[in-house]
Design a binder for this molecule. Sequence first.
Ligand code: ZN
Length: 444
Amino acid sequence: MTPMNLNTIESQVHARIDAMRAEIIRLTQDMVAYKSVNPRFMPDPENSDETGVQDYLESKLNSLGLPVTRWEAEPRRPNLVGLRAGAGGGKSLAFNGHIDVVPIGDLDGWNHDPWGSDIVDGRLYGRGAVDMKAGIAAFIAATEAIINCDIALNGDLQLHIVVDEEAGGFAGTRDLIARGYRTDGVIVAEPTSGLIDAAEGGLSWLRVTIRGRAAHAGWRFAQIYPQPEADAENSEGVNAIEKGVRFVQAVREFERDWALSRQHPLMPPGITTINPGVIVGGVGLGDDGLPQITSNPAMIPDICVIDFDFKYLPTESFDDVRAEFEAFVSAFAQTDPWLREHPPTLQWHLSNIDFPPFSTAPDHPLIDAARGANRALGIETVLTGKRAVTDAAFYAGAGMTPIILGPAGEGLHGDNEYVELDSLIDTAKVFAGVILRWCGVAEQ
Ligand SMILES: [Zn+2]
């Protein structure tokens, strides 16, 4: 296809999307009205309406003539994959969006009904408006416009519409990938205000367990002051909490060294944090990996468990950072006679939290396709790095090439969440432009 043809076809699609504006906004409003709070965050999970959104979207995709595969990794939590099969010979593309949302929080903070889809001054308000039902509406609209313009694509186009992103993706994208879905490129339509997130750091939760020796706290005096032999014999407690505190301080030094010595051009300096988020000390290691007695300060605790949120750079491998951290823990243990004999134990991927990193090259053809799509609309292309983690991680972990690109708005995970309607429409046009360039337009 000549560039001239592409320009003509793309203009037709853009005009089609403009003509669909009211319909696209309606689609987003309808989605926001379903209370699809992630059931893992609900006291009454059976009241989540993830099924309602997915029923609605399944019939929407069917109305466009797209075959839909639907399944539930957990009861009443359906995932959808819509397919526009290509004519062959082109690259395949998937869009990803999650229909689960976080709870609304304190209703008093909202000036709009969180499920009301109010539109005021060009903004559509509601929980999930920008995170990320608008992104889903944008890629469905792009697909619909291409279909309505009778454009056949070379490569397959897949629409991955999932649950459970907000709680780790287990019943959603992770399950989808485990089922074998693979495409040459992936766009995760999380809100980015039109910027392209081309990199995301890796994340693993890590549990460090430090063992001491339990004793009655009444004998602690014998560890503070040298005592005659009889008392010293009873002073053999080793306080695991105090060892744990020393460890946390050492990790902080290590974290600072890492921050100073490693950077990624799209990430803020210092992003490789190792946050101690949970610490539990007490006596007697239980089967659940936690101390069994946590309410008796008259004991010298023999267990200290510290859970870390462990982040690394988009370009690093998990195996490398793990090896480096484990070497640090060994060196730390050597500084203490007790820990030398009883080194801390490490449990990586705690709670199965494990987000592989990605770093898509600035000159990758997928980013070039987005650049071209932006240029056609007079939008400047800006590459950034994602601070948080998203479902893009799981595509990267399976060897696919993702970027994150979506509309503008505010209030995600907070009050008065909204999406900007102009951005919603622009995002649909950019998505259409990427599809045309990446999948390729088939000769008619
Ligand atoms: Zn999101």
